[in-house]
Design a protein around this ligand. Structure first.
Ligand SMILES: Nc1ncnc2c1ncn2[C@@H]1O[C@H](COP(=O)(O)OP(=O)(O)OP(=O)(O)O)[C@@H](O)[C@H]1O
Length: 833
C-alpha cells in the first residue's frame, strides 16, 4: 500500500472547565514530490480533562483514505499519555504543544498488526515514502494500468469524497443526528457497513482511544453497538458511500472514531462521568506524593551496590548499629531474626517485628522487621532496606517501593545488586533525595568446577549444598545421597518454618555432627550464613506453575554466591552442576551482567481501594480488585503487583458476609498457600468466625508425633502454616478477637521441632500436595506420568528448555578423547579466571 508523506503537527488546547475541550489541530504539509498544496484544518472535540492517552497508536498518523497520499483533512483525537511525566495542566487556558515522544507510548494496541495506511510523519523529504509510493504504483502498473490512469482514478476518487473527509466531525455528527430516519437502504452496502462496525468494535486502537474520553473497555462494545444502530438508522448516504469504499479497515475506524466520540459525549454522559471518577480514584501515578512527611525531609540514600558476599549488608548494619535509632527491613522473617540476634549480640538493643511475631526488647531504639511491616510513621536516624532489587518482584515488589518512598529516616541504606540502580536514581530525582552510590566487589571470586558431578551423586563431598527447585527433588536427592554415601543431609526449603530452617542451618554449620551436606531449594539464596564449600545445582530448570523454565540468571548468581562466604569455613567458593549438560548454562548465568530493571512494583493502599469502591455499587470485593486493576493508571517506572493469589482469597471470602472492606483487604494479605485447600479452609473459618465478632478458636489439634511418611510431613507443614496465619491475623486485627496467641505460639514451636526431628529421619519418597492435579495436566498434555504423579525426567527436557551444549560435548567434537581431562582442568581455570 502506498504511503503518503503528510507531515503533521498537533496542538491541543485544554480549557479550564471540568469537561474541557481539547482542540486538535492538524496541519498537513505535503511533500513536494506529491505536488500537493500545503493545507491545514482544525476541529474541536469536547473531551474531559484527562492526562493520559491510552496504549496509543498516536504516533502513527493515518490518512482517511485508502488511496493513500492524496487525501487530507479530518482529524484524529490526540489524547495524552498515562505517564505523569507530561501531564497536561488542567488550569492552563493556553494552547499547549504536545511533545510526542516514543517513550510516552509504551503500549501500542496495534503493535504487530499490519498497518496498511500509515502516513509518513518524518522529515518531509519523504524518501521512504517516495520509494513506497513508487513501489506501489509499479505494482499496479504491472497489473496493466498506466500511471496516468491510476492518478486519474485516484484524483477522481479523492474529489468524490473530498466533501466528506474534509468536514469537521462535530458538524458531521450534528448533521447525521438531525437527519430523518432512513428508508432506502441498499442490502449490499448494509452488509459492508455491518462489517465496518464489527471491525470498529474489535479495534484495539479504537477501544484504547475511547479510554481517552472515559469510555471504559467493558462499556466500549455497548457504546459501539448503540452508535451503529444510530448511524445505520440515519444512513447518511455520502458518508456511507465513503465508508463502503474503505470497507472494514483501519482507515474506516479512524474516520468513524471522531464521530463516535461526539456521539458518546452526548449520549453517555453518566457512564463517562462514572468511569472518569473511577479512573481518578484508581490513580497510582506519582506514588512519591503518597508520603508527604517523607517528602518534607531531605533524606540521604546510600546504595550499597554489588554481588553477593561483597559486604554490602555488613557495612549497612555497621551504620545501623552506630545510629541512635534505626530500622532494618528484611525480605524474610528468617533474615530479620538473624539481624535481631546479631545486633543484640553486639550489645545494641533491638526489637523484632514480623507479621507473626512482635518481640519488644526493653529500652530498644532499633528494630529488625520484615519489609511489609516497616513503619512509615516513625522517625529514624538510619534505615536499612535489604535486597532492594526485590522492588521488581512481581508479587511483593510494592513493599520495597513503599519503604523506599515512605520511610522517615535521615539515612536510608539500600543493599542489593545493580539491577535497580538506575530506577532508584530516577526515583531519587522525583523525591528530591540525595543519592550516594557505593560499589562493591565479591571478596573472593566464585570458581566454577568444570568437571561437575558427572551425573553421579556419589561424587558429593562434605560441605556441599545441592540445590534443587522442587520439594520432590530435594527429598529424592537426600534419599539418594544418604542411601549411596556416608553423608547425612540437612534440608532447607520454603515450606519449612523459619525456626526449622534455622535449626537445619545450624546443624549443617556445626562441625561436630554427622550432617555435612545440605540439600536446599532456592530458599537458601537469601538470608542464611552457611558454611558451604560448593554449591551443586541438581538441575537448572524449574516449574513455573505452567511449564519447566530455565532458572533466571540473577537467581542462579544469588544461589551460587552462597558458597564460600567471608568468615565461613570455606572462604573459596566453588560451584558446579550435577549434570554436564547444565554446565554451560551455569557459566552463562554467572557471566551475564545484571539485567537492568525497567519497572518496580506498586500496590494500592486499602484507603485507595475504599475510595474506588465508593464509585461502584453492588460489587463483590474480588470484582472490585479486578476493576481496580483494569482502571488504575501508573507511571512508566511502575507496574501493579500481581495479585492473583489475593483475588483467590477475596473470591473465597465473598461467601462471608458482614466483613468490612478493610477487614477483607487485611484477610487477603494473610500468609496462606492458596494451593493448599486445608490452609484455605482454615482461613475461611477464621474469617467467618471473626465476622460474627466472637473469639476465633485455633480449632486444630497437635499431631501425635514425628512424621512417618511424606504425607504426615506435609500435614505438619500445613499445621504450622495455619498457626502462623493465626498469629499473623492476631497482629493485624483486634487481639481480643484472636485471643489464643500464646497457645498458637507454643503449638507452632512444637510443630517446628517435630518437623526438625522428622527431617532427620526422613528417608521416604516424597509426595506432592497436588499429585492428582499434576497427573491430570500431564495426561491432558500427553506427558508420561510415573508413580505419585512424577513427571518423567526424559520429558522434562522436552517441555522445559533445551540445555545448551556442554563444554564436554564441545570438547568431544574437536579434541581427541585422551586429552579430555587436562582440557577440562584448563577450562575450569579459564572459567575461574
Ligand atoms: N568488614 C568485614 N569484616 C568482617 N566480616 C565481614 C566484613 N564484611 C563482610 N563480612 C562478612 O562477610 C559475609 C558476607 O557479607 P554480607 O552479608 O554483608 O554480604 P552481602 O554483599 O550483603 O551478601 P548477600 O547479598 O549475599 O547477603 C558476612 O558473613 C559478613 O559478616
Amino acid at each position: 500500500m502506498a504511503r503518503g508523506t503528510a507531515f503533521s503537527l498537533f496542538q491541543i488546547c485544554n480549557r479550564k472547565s471540568r469537561v474541557s475541550r481539547f482542540r486538535a489541530r492538524l496541519l498537513n504539509h505535503y511533500s513536494s514530490h506529491l505536488a500537493q498544496p500545503e493545507r491545514s484544518c482544525t476541529s474541536t472535540y469536547y473531551v474531559p480533562v484527562r492526562t493520559f492517552s491510552t496504549r496509543l497508536a498516536n504516533l502513527e498518523f493515518y490518512p482517511y483514505n485508502t488511496s493513500g497520499s492524496k487525501h487530507s483533512g479530518g482529524t484524529i483525537l490526540y489524547t495524552r499519555s498515562f505517564s505523569s511525566l507530561d501531564d497536561a495542566n488542567d488550569d492552563d487556558d493556553d494552547i499547549k504543544d504536545i511533545g510526542v515522544s516514543e517513550a510516552d507510548f509504551e503500549y501500542d494496541a496495534d503493535a504487530g498488526r499490519p498497518v496498511d495506511f500509515e502516513l509518513e510523519n518524518g522529515t518531509g523529504t519523504g524518501d521512504d515514502a517516495k520509494e513506497d509510493y513508487n513501489a506501489c504504483n509499479l505494482a499496479v502498473l504491472e497489473l496493466g494500468k498506466s500511471r496516468n490512469s491510476i492518478e486519474a482514478d485516484e484524483n477522481a476518487e479523492s474529489n468524490q469524497y473530498e466533501a466528506v473527509v474534509s468536514r469537521d466531525p462535530i458538524e458531521l455528527y450534528r448533521e447525521i443526528r438531525s437527519a430523518p430516519e432512513a428508508l432506502d437502504i441498499n442490502k449490499e452496502d448494509w452488509d459492508i457497513m455491518q462489517e465496518v462496525f464489527r471491525y470498529f468494535a474489535s479495534s484495539g486502537w479504537a477501544s484504547n482511544q475511547a479510554l481517552g474520553i472515559y469510555i471504559g473497555l467493558s462499556f466500549f462494545p455497548t457504546a459501539v453497538h448503540k452508535f451503529r444502530n444510530f448511524f445505520i438508522s440515519k444512513w447518511p448516504s455520502d458518508i456511507i458511500n465513503y465508508l463502503v469504499s474503505l470497507g472494514p479497515s483501519d482507515a474506516a475506524v479512524k474516520f468513524l472514531f471522531p464521530i463516535f466520540v461526539e456521539y458518546c459525549l452526548e449520549i453517555f454522559p453518566d457512564e463517562i462521568k462514572r468511569f472518569q471518577s473511577m479512573i481518578v480514584t484508581a490513580d497510582l501515578t506519582k506514588p512519591h506524593t503518597w508520603f508527604p512527611f517523607a517528602r518534607a525531609m531531605k533524606r540521604k540514600i546510600i546504595y550499597h551496590c554489588g554481588p553477593t558476599n561483597s559486604g554490602k549488608t555488613y557495612n549497612a548494619l555497621q551504620r545501623f548499629m552506630e545510629a541512635k535509632n534505626g530500622i532494618y527491613c528484611s525480605p524474610l522473617r528468617l533474615l530479620a531474626m538473624e539481624v535481631f540476634d546479631k545486633v543484640n549480640a553486639h550489645g545494641v538493643y533491638c526489637s523484632l517485628l514480623t507479621g507473626q511475631e512482635k518481640k519488644y526488647v526493653p529500652f530498644s531504639n532499633h528494630v529488625a522487621c520484615t519489609v511489609e511491616m516497616a513503619s512509615t510513621k516513625e522517625l529514624f536516624e538510619v534505615a536499612v532496606i535489604d535486597e532492594i532489587q526485590m522492588m521488581a518482584d512481581p508479587y511483593r515488589g510494592y513493599a520495597w517501593t513503599r519503604s523506599l518512598l515512605g520511610l522517615l529516616a535521615d539515612e536510608i541504606h539500600l543493599c542489593g545488586d545493580p539491577s535497580v540502580l538506575n530506577i532508584v536514581r530516577r526515583i531519587c530525582q522525583e523525591t528530591g533525595d540525595e543519592l550516594y552510590e557505593k560499589h562493591y566487589d565479591r571478596f573472593k571470586p566464585l570458581v566454577v568446577e568444570a568437571k561437575t558431578l558427572l551425573g553421579d551423586l556419589r561424587n558429593i563431598r562434605s560441605g556441599d549444598c545441592v540445590v534443587a527447585f522442587s520439594r520432590r527433588e530435594i527429598f529424592e536427592v537426600k534419599l539418594a545421597i544418604e542411601k549411596h554415601t556416608k553423608h547425612r543431609c540437612c534440608v532447607i526449603y520454603g515450606g519449612l518454618p523459619p525456626e526449622t530452617r534455622r535449626l537445619q542451618a545450624s546443624l549443617f554449620n556445626d562441625q561436630n555432627n554427622e550432617y555435612d551436606v545440605l540439600v536446599a531449594s532456592d530458599a537458601v539464596g537469601m538470608g542464611l550464613n552457611l558454611n558451604i564449600r560448593r554449591v551443586v545445582f541438581n538441575s537448572l530448570s524449574k516449574y513455573n506453575g505452567d511449564k519447566m523454565v530455565p532458572v533466571p540468571a540473577s537467581q542462579v548468581k544469588q544461589i551460587a554466591g552462597r558458597a564460600g562466604r567471608r568468615g565461613c569455613l570455606y572462604p573459596d567458593g566453588l560451584t558446579t552442576t550435577l549434570q554436564l549438560d547444565d554446565l554451560d548454562y551455569l557459566i552463562d548465568c554467572l557471566k551475564q551482567p545484571f539485567d537492568e530493571v525497567k519497572k518496580v512494583g506498586l500496590f494500592p493502599f486499602c484507603e485507595q481501594i475504599e475510595l474506588f469502591a465508593g464509585k461502584l455499587s453492588d460489587v463483590k470485593f474480588s470484582q472490585l480488585l479486578e476493576k481496580f486493576g483494569e482502571s488504575c493508571r501508573l507511571d512508566q517506572l511502575y507496574f501493579m503487583c500481581r495479585h492473583d493469589h489475593i483475588k483467590k482469597i477475596a473470591n473465597m471470602l465473598d461467601k462471608v458476609s458482614s466483613l468490612s472492606l478493610e477487614d477483607r483487604f487485611n484477610f487477603c494479605f494473610a500468609p496462606v498457600n492458596v494451593r493448599d485447600p486445608k490452609a484455605m479452609y482454615h482461613l475461611l473459618r477464621f474469617a467467618s468466625t471473626y465476622s460474627r465478632n466472637v473469639p476465633v478458636n485455633i480449632a486444630m489439634g497437635m499431631p501425635k508425633g514425628c512424621a512417618r511418611n511424606d504425607a504426615e510431613l506435609l500435614d505438619l507443614e500445613t499445621r504450622h502454616q495455619v498457626l502462623s496465619m493465626y498469629l499473623w491475623l492476631s497482629n493485624h486485627f483486634n487481639e481480643d478477637t484472636f485471643p489464643y496467641v500464646k497457645k498458637a505460639e507454643a503449638m507452632a514451636n512444637d510443630i517446628a521441632k517435630l518437623l526438625g526431628q522428622s527431617l532427620a529421619k526422613a528417608n521416604w519418597k516424597p509426595e506432592s500436595r497436588n499429585n492428582a492435579a499434576k497427573e491430570k495436566t500431564a495426561k491432558t498434555e500427553g506427558r508420561p506420568v510415573g508413580k505419585n504423579g512424577v513427571l518423567l525426567k526424559t520429558v522434562k527436557r522436552e517441555y522445559g528448555y533445551t540445555r545448551p551444549q556442554s563444554l564436554i560435548k564441545r570438547y568431544d567434537k574437536y579434541v581427541p578423547q585422551q586429552h579430555g581431562r587436562s582440557l577440562l582442568l584448563e577450562l575450569s581455570e579459564e572459567v575461574a579466571a
